[in-house]
Ligand binder design. Sequence first.
Ligand code: MEV
Length: 316
Amino acid sequence: MPNFTASAPGKIILFGEHAVVYGQPAIAVPVTQVQARATVAPGIGLPQGEIQISAPEIALDSPLHALPLDHAIKQAVDLTLTALGIQRPTAFKLKITSSIPLAAGLGSGAAVSVAIARAVSAFFGRPLADEQVNAIAYEIEKIHHGTPSGIDNTVITYAQPVYFIKGQPIEAFEIGIPFTIVIGDTGIASPTSIAVGDVRRAWEQDSTSYDALFAACGEIARNARTAIEQGEIGALGPWMNENHAVLQKMGVSSPELDRLVEAARAAGAAGAKLSGGGRGGNMIALAREVDPDRIANALLDAGARNVVVTQVGNKQ
Ligand code: MEV
């Protein structure tokens, strides 16, 4: 059996994070500059039926059976083998590498799940369909994030821009004119599950105020979709600024995110906001009629740990 490698991109949420968990629309796009990669090789030298996992970036080198039951990598392998109906697999080695920062709002967990499901199923000669891969990645998101909307696994599985409403089929979504986004990383790890859980508790205590904030995000996402489809990129900046203001009211920004957002705007970004779960992780800025490197340098000067410039368009 030959080796099989599969990779999956990172993602950013352009509009609608958190509110999407409560049924509002959101817009997300893949970020192909960062990738998770899974390689499956025959288990030469391993005991019969053993699955050996290595993930150098998290210092993991272990047989699958020795991992805790709730380990995300173990779950991805087990769910894939179950989907294939394989109870006693031949021995294999699975190596996972990723350039997607962990707990940074760029979808590292979902990308690793997608890459594993694709590589393992291809190794056994029966590559899973996108819907099956997406369903596996969503199962793992549910175990680890409590109440995910499903947007992360969806945009990463299909690797195309998505206009997403929880529980509904993805809608075709055209990008009228490609545009450039600068992504700035605060360097602060912030697991999505914590921010999502805090928002849920706040919503339970004051559902009227939070429902109004979620509705405001939904309205912004709907307007932004129209602007993107019609190529009215200039309209997106103010929507980003407004979305960030609503996320601040939701309590998911942080001084570090606000500092980077302000720095991007001061450097000429048409708009900027946090992206993903918030509290730490990444922010995004729209580079329009300004050199993206100018914004990138301003972000680094303001303390960003890392900066990525990405083009948003239908062909990534
Ligand atoms: C995380 O990338 C996006 C959130 O809206 C959570 C979710 O949709 O599951 C914060």
